[in-house]
Design a protein around this ligand. Sequence first.
Ligand code: SME
Length: 157
Amino acid sequence: MAEEIQLSVGDKKAQYESLIPQIKALISGEPNLVANLANVSAALKAQFDFLWVGFYLVDKEELVLGPFQGPIACTRIKKGNGVCGAAWARNEAIVVPDVDAFPGHIACSSLSRSEIVVPFYSSGEVTGVLDIDSASLNTFDELDIHYLTSIVNLFSS
Ligand code: SME
């Protein structure tokens, strides 16, 4: 395993293209999900300096906070609640350009201005979500959905 992530200074696409092979190398050979989610959070935070990067994991009818990087966060989110619970209930990635315009958004940090949530699966069922908060409006788009989906697919089956 590499000891550190080589950060890219290119555009967003170049940053993902550089980071993803490193993430694959980082998690290859390690079967423990929590360890891998922790390192993926750290790698994404290091490359993009997002406000908050982390995972929520399905536990019965709730999402429970998993490995993350950033300010402390709410620990439990019910299915359908907030952006995370909505992505779980809808079975799809959600981009929120302005969190104040998303009905039911859960503000773990008052600094968060935009957000993306991407679910991942086991045997077709959502087992967790990747959640990223940005301190700027309009940070995320289809490109992020594309690359972040390819990252969470590393944990899907
Ligand atoms: N904003 C999220 C809650 C989780 S925090 O952003 C870390 C939501 O509305 O589900």
